[in-house]
Ligand binder design. Structure first.
Ligand code: SF4
Ligand code: F3S
Length: 104
């Protein structure tokens, strides 16, 4: 599966949702997630993210992100249409510690 990781938080550019052939992105207030069981591993969303936040779970250290994506994809509504990024997207892009800031 592919997963959405920390750099989406506070940015939420949403370019990714337009290209997913199986519509498996889900939207929270500050970030999106991918449903790991619905993702068919096609990889087309990865280069679409301006924040480089989408990663394959084969990369090291992705276990926590698979868990995060699974948890919230079961709680949040599906998103299939691109919308405006969050107002502070440019400032938040690349910021450290966004996970702690927004999810603790
Ligand atoms: Fe959708 Fe393909 Fe990205 Fe998985 S890898 S979320 S199926 S676009
Ligand atoms: Fe997030 Fe990148 Fe999609 S910032 S909303 S994963 S395009």
């Amino acid at each position: 599966t592919y997963v959405v990781t920390e750099n989406c938080i506070g940015c939420k550019y949403t370019d990714c949702v337009e290209v997913c052939p199986v519509d498996c992105f889900y939207e929270g207030e500050n970030t999106l997630v991918i449903h790991p069981d619905e993702c068919i591993d096609c990889g087309v969303c990865e280069p679409e993210c301006p924040a480089d936040a989408i990663r394959p779970d084969t990369e090291p250290g992705m276990e926590q992100w698979v868990e995060f994506n699974r948890k919230y994809s079961e709680m949040w509504p599906v998103i299939v249409t691109k919308k405006d990024p969050l107002p502070e997207a440019e400032e938040r892009d690349g910021e450290e510690g966004k996970m702690e800031k927004y999810f603790s």
